[in-house]
Write a protein that binds this ligand. Structure first.
Ligand code: SKM
Length: 269
C-alpha cells in the first residue's frame, strides 16, 4: 500500500522514516513519502493524491483545516476539532480523522499511568488543545481546566471544562497534578517566556509540552531544574502516527520500533 504526508514545508517531517520503520518491523511492503504541496496548489489536492495512488495520508501544517472541504466524510471528533491530520482513501472516497489528541492521551497514559483522578490544567485553546481536551475528557473523572490568554477562544468549545484566562489560573497553579502546554511558547529555544509561574507548581506534578523539537522547551528545562517530572511531545507524534496506521490498515502498529527510530533520527540531526 502507499501512504504519505502532505505539508508545506515538509522536509523536516519524521513521518516517512517513522512509518517505514513500522512497515519493516511488521514485514509489510508499504511505502510512505513526504509530499510538499504549497497552499497555492492545494486546490489540486484530489488530483495530486490520485496521481500518487495513495491509500491514505497524513496532513500537517498548514493544511489541516484546508483539507476539510475536499473530504467525502469526516469523523465526529475531527469535525468538532475543526482539523484533520489523517485521511483514509477507500474506493475513491476520502474519510478524514484527527489522531493528534488521542495520540497525546494514549502516549501519556502508557508512559505515566491512568489519569482518572488527576486534576489537569491545559494551557492554550487552539486546535491542538481542543483535540487533546476532547479526548482526555473521556479518561478523567475531574473537570479539566483550560487556560488561555483570551477567553473568547472558548466560544465554540461546548465541552464540560473550566475555562479561564491565564491571569485567573495563576493563583490556582499549585492545585494541579498535571500541566500540559499546547501553546507555541517554547518552540523557540531562545525565548525565555515560561507562561506560568513555575515556582508555584506542586512538587508532585507532571509538566508536559506537546513540542518535541527542541527536546526540552525552556518551560520543561526550567521545570526539570526545579526537580519536577517532565514529558515532551515525542510520544504524541509517535502515537498519532500509530493511530493513523491503524485507521489505514486495521493492523496494530509497532510503537516501540517507531519511537526508537524517531529518537535515533533526532539524535543524528
Ligand atoms: O499530525 C501530525 C501529522 O500526522 C504528521 C506530522 C509530521 O509528519 O510532521 C506532524 C503532525 O502534524
Amino acid at each position: 500500500m502507499k501512504f504519505g504526508v502532505i505539508g508545506h514545508p515538509i522536509d523536516h517531517s519524521l513521518s516517512p522514516i517513522m512509518h517505514s520503520a513500522n512497515f519493516e518491523a511488521l514485514g509489510r511492503d508499504d511505502q510512505y513519502h513526504a509530499l510538499n504541496v504549497p497552499p497555492q496548489h492545494f486546490q489540486r489536492i484530489r488530483e495530486i493524491i490520485k496521481e500518487q495512488e495513495l491509500n491514505g495520508f497524513n496532513i500537517t501544517i498548514p493544511h489541516k483545516e484546508s483539507i476539510i472541504p475536499y473530504l467525502d466524510e469526516i469523523s465526529p471528533s475531527a469535525q468538532y476539532i475543526g482539523a484533520v491530520n489523517t485521511v483514509l482513501v477507500k474506493d475513491d472516497k476520502w474519510i478524514g480523522y484527527n489522531t493528534d489528541g488521542i495520540g497525546f492521551v494514549k502516549g501519556l497514559i502508557d508512559k505515566h499511568g491512568p489519569i482518572d483522578e488527576k486534576n489537569i490544567l491545559v494551557l492554550g485553546a487552539g486546535g491542538a488543545s481542543k483535540g487533546i481536551v476532547s479526548e482526555m475528557i473521556k479518561f478523567t473523572n475531574h473537570k479539566i481546566t483550560v487556560a488561555n490568554r483570551s477567553v473568547n477562544r472558548f466560544d465554540n468549545w461546548q465541552l464540560e471544562i473550566k475555562a479561564m484566562s491565564l491571569t485567573e489560573v495563576k493563583p490556582l497553579i499549585h492545585t494541579f497534578d498535571m500541566i500540559i502546554n499546547t501553546t507555541p511558547v517554547g518552540m523557540n529555544e531562545k525565548s525565555s517566556e515560561l507562561i506560568i509561574p513555575i515556582e508555584k507548581i506542586s512538587e508532585k506534578a507532571l509538566v508536559c509540552d506537546i513540542i518535541y523539537i527542541p527536546n526540552k522547551t525552556p518551560l520543561l528545562q526550567a521545570c526539570e531544574r526545579e526537580g519536577l517530572l517532565i514529558y515532551n511531545g515525542l510520544d504524541m507524534f509517535v502515537y498519532q502516527g500509530a493511530e493513523s496506521f491503524e485507521i489505514w490498515t486495521g493492523q496494530e502498529a509497532n510503537i516501540e520500533v517507531m519511537k526508537n527510530r524517531v529518537k535515533d533520527e533526532l539524535k543524528r540531526r
